[in-house]
Write a protein that binds this ligand. Structure first.
Ligand code: SAH
Ligand code: SF4
Length: 384
C-alpha cells in the first residue's frame, strides 16, 4: 500500500497510467497517440482525486462518484488514505488548539492551530510598540495558522527547547506531515502553515520539500507560497538548497547576537556561525513583497539587553525582514528564565524605533473564556 498523502499530483498520475490502458491503445490511431492520451487521462484523474481529498475532504474511494468503478477498485487495493488518530485535543481559553497525533509506530507528534486576531496584523513599525493583543471572543480573526511538526524530537539540542532536550527519534514521512495539515484543514479554514512544531525541518529536507509541494498544489491544499513558512535553527547548506528547489517563506531562529552567546544555547552555531547564517539569508531568493522572519526567543538576563537589540539591528540591516520576539516559556528543569515585561517592551521599542517590524509573540493566556465557545463553533470542532 502507498499512502495517498505521500504523493505529489504528478506521482499519482504516473501510478494511474496503466489503469484502462489497453482500451485506449485499441482505440488510438498510433502508439504515440495512445501514449499521449494515456498520460492525459492519468493527469486528469489525478487532479480529480486531489480535488476529492484535499478540497472536498472525501476519504472514501467509493464516494468519488465521477471516477470509474475500475479506478475506484484499483485505488482501494493500492492506495491508502492515511488518518492518524488524535490522542489528545485541547483548546486553550484564547482559542489555540493543540493536537497530539498517534503515528503507526505509536510515536506521537503535535500540531497547533493558532488564531490571530485582525488587529494584530495592523501592527508594524509605524504603530506604537505594543504587546500583541490576544485573540478576543468578539475580535475578528483574520488568520488561522497551523503549526506543524517535521520530526519526532529534534537533533539540534538547543538548550532552551524541550524538544531539543529530548533528542531526535526519527524523521516524519511526507504523509505524516501532510496528514497533520489535512486533518486540521477538515476542521478549520486554515490560512497559514508554519513548520515550527517539533523538529528541525531542514534536517528532514527531502520530505519537507515534497510536503511543501503538496501544500502549494492548487489542486491540493492550495496554500500560497507566502503563507507556508519553514523555520530553521540555521542549517546553512540546507537553506541554500531550499531556496534553489522551492519558493516558500523562510523563518530563522536567531535567538542571540554574538557567536559566543548563540553557541551556548544553539550548538548548530559551531558549524554555521551568525555571519554564515546572515550571508545565506541575504542570498535567499525572496519574491517581491516578501520578507524573512527572524525569531528571537528572549531569555531573561541572557539575550534581552538593549546592546543585544542594537547588535540584532546591525546583523539584519538590509535584509527585508520582520522580527518575532518570543518571551521564553519556562518549563520544568529549564535553566533560563522568562524576561520581565519591561525588558521585552524596551527591546521591541528599540527595534521599532530603528525602523524595523517587530512583534511580540505572547504565550497564549488562559483568561478569555468567552473566546472558547465561539471559536469551537467557528472551527467546527466536535468533541473527541
Ligand atoms: N526547529 C525549528 C522549528 C521549530 S522551533 C527552529 O528552531 O526554528 C520553533 C520556535 O520555538 C523556534 O524559534 C524556537 O527558538 C522557539 N522555542 C523553542 N523553545 C522555546 C521556549 N521554551 N520558549 C519560547 N520559544 C521557544
Ligand atoms: Fe528546538 Fe528548533 Fe532547536 Fe530543534 S532546532 S532544539 S526544535 S529550537
Amino acid at each position: 500500500m502507498i499512502y495517498f498523502q505521500s504523493l505529489t499530483q504528478s506521482e499519482l498520475a504516473d501510478l494511474l497510467r496503466p489503469i484502462g490502458r489497453a482500451k485506449i491503445e485499441r482505440q488510438a490511431v498510433s502508439p504515440e497517440d495512445a501514449e499521449k492520451k494515456i498520460a492525459q487521462r492519468a493527469r486528469y484523474r489525478a487532479k480529480q482525486i486531489f480535488h476529492w481529498v484535499y478540497q472536498r475532504f472525501t476519504f472514501d474511494w467509493d464516494l468519488m462518484t465521477d471516477l470509474s468503478k475500475e479506478l475506484r477498485e484499483w485505488l482501494k487495493v493500492n492506495i491508502e488514505l492515511y488518518r492518524p488518530p488524535v490522542l489528545e485535543r485541547r483548546q486553550a481559553d484564547d482559542g489555540t488548539v493543540k493536537f497530539v497525533w498517534e503515528l503507526t509506530d505509536s510515536k506521537t507528534v503535535e500540531s497547533v492551530i493558532i488564531p490571530v486576531a485582525a488587529r494584530e496584523l495592523e501592527l508594524d513599525s509605524e504603530t506604537q510598540p505594543e504587546t500583541q493583543p490576544r485573540f478576543q471572543g468578539d475580535a475578528e480573526w483574520s488568520r488561522l495558522t497551523a503549526c506543524i511538526s517535521s520530526q519526532v524530537g529534534c537533533a539540534m539540542g538547543c538548550k532552551f527547547c524541550l524538544t531539543g532536550i529530548q533528542g531526535l527519534d526519527r524523521n516524519l514521512e511526507v504523509h505524516e506531515i501532510i496528514a497533520q495539515v489535512l486533518e486540521m484543514r477538515v476542521l478549520a479554514p486554515l490560512t497559514n502553515i508554519v513548520f515550527m512544531g517539533m523538529g528541525e525541518p531542514l534536517h528532514n529536507l527531502e520530505n519537507v520539500i515534497k510536503a511543501s509541494q503538496i501544500l502549494l498544489d492548487q489542486d491540493g491544499l492550495n496554500f500560497s507560497k507566502r503563507k507556508v513558512t519553514v523555520s530553521t535553527s540555521g542549517l546553512v547548506p540546507a537553506i541554500e538548497e531550499l531556496g534553489r528547489r522551492i519558493d516558500i517563506s523562510l523563518a530563522i531562529s536567531l535567538n542571540a547576537t554574538t557567536d559566543e552567546q548563540r553557541t551556548e544555547i544553539m550548538p548548530v552555531n559551531k558549524k554555521w556561525n551568525i555571519e554564515a547564517l546572515m550571508a545565506a539569508c541575504r542570498k535567499f531568493p525572496l519574491g517581491s513583497h516578501r520578507r524573512i522572519t527572524f525569531e528571537y526567543v528572549l531569555l531573561g538576563g541572557f539575550n534581552d539587553s538593549l546592546e543585544d537589540a542594537a547588535r540584532l539591528t546591525d546583523w539584519i540591516r538590509g535584509i527585508p525582514c520582520k522580527i518575532n520576539l518570543i518571551p521564553f516559556n519556562e518549563h520544568e528543569g529549564s535553566v533560563y528564565r522568562q524576561p520581565s515585561e519591561q525588558r521585552v517592551t524596551a527591546f521591541q521599542k528599540y527595534l521599532v524605533d530603528h525602523g524595523l517590524t517587530a512583534l511580540i509573540r505572547v504565550s497564549r493566556g488562559a483568561e478569555i473564556l468567552a473566546a472558547c465557545g465561539q471559536l469551537r463553533s467557528l472551527l467546527k470542532l466536535q468533541s473527541v
